[in-house]
Write a protein of this length. Sequence first.
Lengths: 180, 180
Amino acid sequence: MIVVIYAHPYPAHSRACAALLGAIRGRPDVDVRSLYDLYPDFDIDGAAEREALERARLVVWLHPMYWYSVPALLKHWFDHVLIKGWAHGDGARALAGKDCLWVTTTGGGEDAFTPAGRHRHPFDAFEPPMRQTAQYCGMNWLAPIAVRGSHEVAAEALREAGAGLNARLDEWAAASKGRG
Amino acid sequence: MIVVIYAHPYPAHSRACAALLGAIRGRPDVDVRSLYDLYPDFDIDGAAEREALERARLVVWLHPMYWYSVPALLKHWFDHVLIKGWAHGDGARALAGKDCLWVTTTGGGEDAFTPAGRHRHPFDAFEPPMRQTAQYCGMNWLAPIAVRGSHEVAAEALREAGAGLNARLDEWAAASKGRG
């Protein structure tokens, strides 16, 4: 089972995330948890979230970049769900060995993520907090997918990005079956 | 005026952040906004926050590291307060030229922030999202203060860290007076 943790504060205004989610949400092996629909008041049900994660072999974090990081509700999910004694610490291994795929969209294009661009850093500079959150829980960090320039990119490119994500999940599922 | 945005989800359990805050909260030039006290339901008053920021010449973000980043309510503050048309975009310059000082505490000591340590990265690897958030708003990024090993460090060391922060604000105030 693939559990997609989807965090878009304004789903109705989403183009890129909506295209990515739309491309995979009908899959029988995908369980989508849309955090802003489930918990509009930030009142996350930690037990329910942990139960969903326990069924996963692949955890996908799907969200637009907000201030070089996750939207606040996904940060709250990290703080509230990935707790000590379950996800980490004292031999807790609930997530250990699961795979983790980060899929995100950015408002800026490639040239924004350069020293002279408006984000001043390569995109990779913003990856360590995400990667290390997964790794601290013992998850395997897969190569992330970042769709750049989500405000400007053409509908056709978004369809391709969605198809690419879907193909990526197919590959993962095939390899996962081979492993176990 | 120095505006301190303080974000500790469990102030009663804080040692390091409490020591840092305690060392500066009585200063006449410091205005402390304790987000988890002001907004326990995550219902941030964006207008009030922006008004407070407008009075600041130095903005301090003070919080424990949670998952290699800020606690969720401070992330919500970024998303909700630093809005387009005020903090950035279309010539918006409400924060431009202000100074920004990041003060944080970590559960892991120096040896945890090494490739072989449990956080696998030097502490600096987690700085770009914070620094670039400030810089995108046109703020000047001052050298951060990170108090390591907050769970284990001795009371005396915490008093010193508090005194160090206080001295840092004194220096800033003196230099700031010189500039203005």
